[in-house]
Ligand binder design. Structure first.
Ligand code: AMP
Length: 126
């Protein structure tokens, strides 16, 4: 049974303007804002404005327009924080936790963009 979308989650409250956020970029379908507990010098959460609980929910249920907007905004965020990979270094990592095994804390689909320091390998042993 997939997650039902809970419109009382904290990101839904941010989208309704009930809780402040540190916006990096906003478009018609997407909001990008800084994580309140950053794990790297740049740690931005990119979320669709629509009511999607997990990445797979978004990928399978969102419109093409929403998906294109989301994907392009992620690319713009990487540029906006100066994290685009180049011959001089740099780079970033994208993470989307979905469900219990991934310890998803906020049940509104989001992608973490982390950057600004060497990030090590993707996973530690369980
Ligand atoms: P996840 O474990 O993937 O669901 O990550 C949820 C993220 O949301 C965590 O990194 C939190 O630090 C972040 N977070 C929770 N509340 C807020 C908030 N009000 N503003 C910004 N980030 C938040």
């Amino acid at each position: 049974m997939p997650f039902a979308y809970d419109d009382q989650n904290i990101f839904a409250k941010i989208l309704r303007g009930e809780i402040p956020n540190d916006t990096v970029l906003e478009t018609q379908h997407t909001l990008a804002f800084r994580d309140i507990h950053p794990q790297a010098p740049d740690h931005v959460l990119v979320i669709p404005k629509g009511p999607y609980a997990t990445y797979d929910h978004f990928a399978l249920a969102a419109s093409d327009e929403e998906i294109v907007d989301f994907t392009r905004t992620l690319g713009e965020v990487a540029r906006a924080v100066g994290a685009q990979p180049s011959e001089a270094g740099g780079g970033f990592r994208l993470i989307s936790n979905a469900g219990e095994d991934a310890v998803q804390e906020v049940p509104h689909m989001h992608v973490h963009l982390v950057a600004g320091r060497p990030l090590g390998r993707i996973l530690q042993p369980a």
